[in-house]
Write a protein that binds this ligand. Structure first.
Ligand SMILES: [Fe+2]
Ligand SMILES: [Fe+2]
Length: 299
């Protein structure tokens, strides 16, 4: 894999490395990781995922239920970890792409924000999270390699961080663990600043034709991942329950109210794009029905 900005493939240093002690002191935290709970705790309940509405879940054995919930929880937490990891690399890249002294300073501070977030979220893992090449992360990893600054600002700061802001808010308000709730809430101010900076920078941007095309293509690809509904959650159910027939899958997507849920997400994304995406791109996306979710049977 040639993606380097995301840092997805970076190894960790060996335990006992002196660098770790210096890092702990720079972060102003004690060396020993305090283990929060024993075993990986469940941070979000079945209701948060809508699993309580799914017949197959309701009828599952206690063991199957706990497997499904554990996977769904782990997926959410792991995604935050990798997004923050990518955020560090992204902000560092923006430092080098800066066109004024102030912009350079600002992105250096943002890189430090993301590094803090990464270290804070890492404390909630019993072991270093594994990298699963899911479609969203590979999309983001590829995107970060681009040198089209308008594309980067639009996709990362306007769309993904704007979206991340409401995602973190919702994760925080439904989280059952006070420490994780507080941690996620502590991310919000920084993420809002990252988002606002992107919106501001694009306000006076003079786009070239290639950037406009790049932005359109990237948004289309991203929106499609939302249109197809909660695929990863259904995969979690399959991991707990075993093989799901096409009929089972359709029933699950229907009971998860995929169309309604995805429509809400698409509406939110659209409202983010109104600030920061050129109107001609928005209308092209609308013509292509990119803001309309797939019905359950097509998910
Ligand atoms: Fe962050
Ligand atoms: Fe951020």
């Amino acid at each position: 894999m040639t993606q380097s900005i995301s840092g997805f493939m970076l190894p960790s240093i060996s335990s006992g490395d002196r660098l770790q002690r210096i890092l702990n002191s720079a972060l102003n935290r004690p060396g020993e990781k305090e283990s929060v709970d024993h075993g990986q705790p469940l941070y979000w309940p079945a209701e948060y995922f809508g699993l309580n509405q799914v017949t197959l879940f309701q009828q599952a054995s206690a063991e199957e239920k706990s497997t499904i919930l554990a996977i769904a929880n782990q997926d959410l937490l792991t995604e935050i970890y990798w997004v923050e990891q990518a955020g560090v690399g992204y902000m560092a890249k923006m430092v080098l792409l800066a066109e004024s002294k102030e912009e350079r300073i600002l992105y250096s501070l943002f890189a430090a924000d993301e590094a803090q977030h990464l270290c804070q979220i890492e404390q909630f893992f019993q072991q270093k999270p594994e990298f699963n090449q899911d479609s969203f992360l590979s999309f983001m990893g590829q995107l970060l390699e681009s040198n089209d600054k308008a594309l980067l600002l639009t996709m990362v700061q306007v769309v993904l961080e704007g979206w991340g802001l409401s995602h973190y808010r919702s994760l925080a308000s439904h989280c059952q663990n006070d420490r994780l709730t507080a941690t996620l809430q502590s991310f919000l101010a920084a993420e809002a600043r990252h988002h606002a900076t992107g919106v501001h920078q694009l306000q006076t941007w003079s786009y070239d034709q290639l950037s406009l095309e790049n932005i359109y293509q990237a948004l289309r690809e991203f929106l499609q991942m939302v249109q197809v509904g909660p695929q990863r959650l259904v995969k979690a159910i399959e991991q707990g329950k075993g093989y799901l027939s096409p009929g089972d899958r359709r029933q699950i997507f229907t009971q998860l109210q995929t169309e309604v849920q995805s429509q809400n997400k698409l509406n939110l994304l659209r409202s983010l794009m109104v600030h920061g995406v050129p109107p001609e791109i928005l209308s092209r996306l609308e013509e292509q029905q990119c803001f309309i979710p797939y019905p359950a049977e097509l998910c």
